[in-house]
Design a protein around this ligand. Structure first.
Ligand SMILES: [Zn+2]
Length: 410
């Protein structure tokens, strides 16, 4: 990943939400689960998640531009205004992420958020201002093809004075110091409807679902391959059936899936939360001689190349053994022990955390080959090796998709 902005400021989550027309519902479930963007400390460290210092009250300041293009559709009951309706959708969307496992919760709570302010000024999304902004009417070169929206989240790899204004001293490595959300504003075929307007505008996308997805990036997530997960990278034109948002002809887009909640427990852990189970292991080929065919992780500066000793980039998924429901999973393939010389070990290791305890799970593994592919989590992959703007400790191995897995009979 090449970055041109302020040194040491990580621009790691320019994740795009795309049209669901790319989804082929007939495909078997693809289940790469929560994947987190990460940082390596300036002083060197194992990659750590990028996240907010959520225990600091009000650390997440928030503003949105009330400049609304025609692509944002509202349906008003006077005297409500369009701005009031969109403002409510924004508040609802933040609530989804700050209420995970409530009342025990994660450490990301409503108290983590600052006031949500409005400004009539357009084009307030600026990744160097330390203000966290939502823009519905700001153009960007990333808007092409089926891109609906995207988020740029910047994190810092040191503790101390923040590299941007309007943010206090950072207190954790990988602390997010600025995040901005852009909605598509320049397409005649892409519109966003509030909940109130969605039924009458079935060709529009559910504004709230899109925003909840982008807020996942805002809070530190990469993409998930679980179709039901909010962090799945594709969205459908929305309808609401029985209070459940569904992508037309595709899968229901519930506010959050178990997969998203598991990721939140990892990103913002709360010791009082009982959902602390984890499953770990290694994904190794049946024939270890095939590993010789996999290129080593490219040498960084000044670290040597690291041999690949396991499958890198596999989807490893925990399924509830009783119900068959996908609970959570992760991208397998690497490990790192604090204090070790970087880069990480590309050894096929995986660890799925944030699992509810007192349940039985089955693990399955599959290639990350479609509909979600390595390109959908490229930021998370690059961040395993990126130390700062000019010094990458390695280049990750190519995500391995040329393998098959078999069910082992009980
Ligand atoms: Zn996304």
């Amino acid at each position: 990943m090449k970055r041109s902005e302020t040194p040491n400021v990580r621009r790691a989550a320019a994740c795009l939400l795309a049209l669901a027309v790319l989804v082929q519902p007939a495909l078997p479930p693809n289940a790469e689960a929560y994947v987190l963007n990460r940082n390596i400390a300036a002083s060197g460290s194992c990659p750590v998640p990028q996240r907010w210092a959520a225990t600091t009250p009000g650390i997440v300041d928030r503003q949105w531009s009330t400049s609304l293009p025609t692509s944002v559709i509202t349906q008003l009951t006077p005297p409500e205004t369009a701005i009031q309706q969109v403002d409510r959708a924004i508040r609802n969307s933040f609530d989804v992420w700050t209420s995970v496992d409530a009342p025990v919760g994660t450490t990301l709570t409503p108290a983590s958020l600052g006031a949500l302010t409005q400004t009539a000024t357009p084009n307030i999304c600026n990744f160097q201002d330390g203000l966290n902004s939502i823009c519905f009417n700001q153009s960007h070169s990333a808007f092409s093809g089926g891109v609906l929206a995207f988020t740029i989240a910047n994190s810092y790899d040191q503790i101390g004075p923040a590299p941007v204004p309007n943010h206090p001293n950072t207190t954790i490595i990988g602390e997010i110091v600025d995040a901005d959300i852009y909605f598509r504003n320049n397409s005649s075929s892409i519109t966003f409807a509030t909940r109130e307007a969605l039924a009458a505008n079935p060709n529009a996308f559910d504004l709230e679902s899109v925003l909840i997805h982008e807020l996942g990036h805002f809070f530190g997530f990469s993409h998930s391959g679980v179709m039901r997960a909010m962090m799945y990278p594709f969205a459908g034109r929305g309808i609401i059936t029985g209070g459940v948002r569904c992508a037309s002809g595709s899968v229901c887009d519930l506010p959050l899936a178990d997969d998203d909640r598991a990721g939140m427990r990892v990103l913002y852990p709360n010791a009082a939360n009982p959902n602390i189970g984890s499953i770990s292991g290694f994904i190794l080929p049946a024939n270890p001689l095939t590993l010789a065919l996999i290129p080593s992780a490219t040498a960084g500066k000044p670290q040597p190349a690291r041999p690949v000793t396991g499958i890198f980039g596999a989807h490893v998924v925990a399924v509830d053994a009783a119900t068959g429901a996908v609970v959570a999973g992760t991208m397998g393939g690497w490990s790192c022990t604090p204090g070790q010389q970087l880069p990480s070990n590309f050894d096929g290791y995986y660890k799925i955390e944030g699992l509810p305890v007192n349940r039985s799970y089955k693990i399955f593994v599959e290639p990350l080959d479609s509909p979600t592919t390595s390109s959908d989590i490229s930021n998370a992959l690059d961040a395993l090796c990126s130390q700062n703007a000019t010094n990458d400790v390695c280049t990750p191995p190519t995500v391995q998709t040329g393998f098959t897995t078999k069910i082992k009979p009980n």
